[in-house]
Design a binder for this molecule. Structure first.
Ligand SMILES: [Zn+2]
Ligand SMILES: [Zn+2]
Length: 409
């Protein structure tokens, strides 16, 4: 307590002059309350630590300084000053707490409101669940043919895709009969589908035309585009079957992988373009709004769709270009291995465990049959023995796989 007047005396007259104007600005804002004695305990150590250099190094911005200086200048009672600073802070803390409370209140109210809304929605769904099930069953019955066709196309795709990959993996041991069966199955499925929906002339979608029907509603367009995507996949898989049927003398294994990849990329690009005509026609035509307004709105929507498609096509085109470069470059792995190199490793291929056939030595000096390593590199980028990176090229789709991605727009 005795430090207060001392501190006041220690401060130089210069610093007083600097601080005086601040005092005059602070004074009117100070609280007139005489309470807040509790803060004197925390205020004292602060002053003790600041006292030695108070006159010269104290920042004029510090609010702690203003109170004692003023008390020394005006000769007022220090005991009456201290609580003021305390009450000021104390009051401020209260105000903060109050403002915090007022901030959190609407949030909690909002969350409780949204919770009750969710609860209400849940109750509504719970109550009307039987009706939703009945309605769902009715929709299934109404579109049973369409749904059955969709399921049929999907299972056909899964079956053929899996079997083509298995046949590609078998290389020379592939079954020509199995490949022929897959090709026939695909052809029969596609023909059966187009015969069933002959009246809707869905095959127009395959050649970038809109189905030749008078009016197109949303579900019809979605249906036409979805099944066209499947049929295009079937077409691509059919070509892969044809490549599988070619004798090994006509096309070596490595070249086949490049063909599978090229066909798949080409098919994906075409699948991006194919939905444009039906969707464009659907967006342009607006039978609900007559006259030029409807037409203008339709054209704007269709143009926006075209821009969106062009952006998507740009990405796909880059991928196709990369594949084209890979297709034309005829990439081979490693260099031909000489007989002495083969003898050093026992003349046995680590992959097929048989004698080397057209041995290739990789960067890491490991030797494999040409076809064995080509098969491996179709799925991996590294040497199967030491994991040295052999190639940077991405070999997607070389395994004969077909993308499941269904292009719906
Ligand atoms: Zn081998
Ligand atoms: Zn290696």
């Amino acid at each position: 307590m005795k430090l207060w007047p001392q501190y006041g005396r220690k401060t130089s007259s210069e610093s007083r002059r600097l601080l005086k104007p601040r005092e005059s600005t602070v004074m009117p804002t100070e609280s007139s309350s005489q309470d807040g004695n509790g803060l004197s305990l925390t205020l004292q150590p602060e002053i003790l630590s600041r006292t030695p250099g108070a006159g010269s190094s104290m920042s004029p911005e510090s609010t702690d300084v203003r109170v004692p200086v003023a008390s020394a200048d005006t000769g007022g009672r220090p005991s009456s000053r201290r609580p003021r600073a305390g009450t000021h802070r104390h009051g401020h803390a209260h105000a903060e707490a109050e403002s915090d409370q007022s901030d959190s209140d609407p949030e909690s109210r909002e969350s409780s409101v949204s919770l009750s809304e969710l609860h209400y929605l849940f109750r509504w769904v719970q109550k009307s669940l039987p009706f939703i099930i009945i309605l769902g069953a009715k929709l299934v019955i109404q579109h049973v043919l369409g749904l059955a066709i969709g399921v049929g196309l999907f299972t056909t795709f899964l079956y053929v895709n899996k079997n083509i990959q298995a046949q590609v993996f078998l290389q020379d041991r592939r079954s020509a009969l199995q490949c022929f069966w897959l090709l026939s199955f695909l052809t029969a499925s596609s023909l059966l589908f187009y015969c069933t929906f002959q009246t809707e002339s869905l095959y127009y979608c395959l050649v970038l035309f809109s189905p030749q029907v008078d009016t197109l509603d949303f579900w019809e367009v979605l249906w036409a585009v979805g099944v066209t995507s499947f049929i295009l996949k079937f077409l691509c898989m059919g070509f892969k079957c044809l490549i599988l049927l070619l004798p090994s003398a006509v096309m070596v294994y490595r070249r086949r992988g490049q063909w599978y990849m090229f066909l798949e990329e080409l098919s994906q690009v075409y699948q991006v373009i194919a939905p444009v005509p039906p969707w464009f026609r659907y967006l342009v035509s607006s039978p609900e709004v007559d006259g030029t307004v409807g037409l203008t709105l339709g054209v704007i929507l269709a143009l926006l769709y075209l821009i969106f498609k062009l952006l998507g096509f740009y990405g796909q085109w880059g991928s196709l270009q990369k594949t084209m470069r890979n297709f034309l470059s005829y990439e081979v792995n490693g260099a031909p291995a000489v007989q002495s190199q083969c003898n050093e490793v026992g003349n046995i291929c680590p992959i097929c465990q048989a004698e080397f056939r057209q041995p290739r030595v990789l960067l890491c000096q490991h030797i494999f049959c040409e076809e064995c390593i080509a098969l491996w590199i179709n799925q991996e980028k590294t040497c199967p023995l030491c994991r040295t990176v052999i190639t940077d090229t991405v070999h997607k789709w070389k395994t004969g796989a077909t993308s499941l991605y269904l292009q719906l727009y």
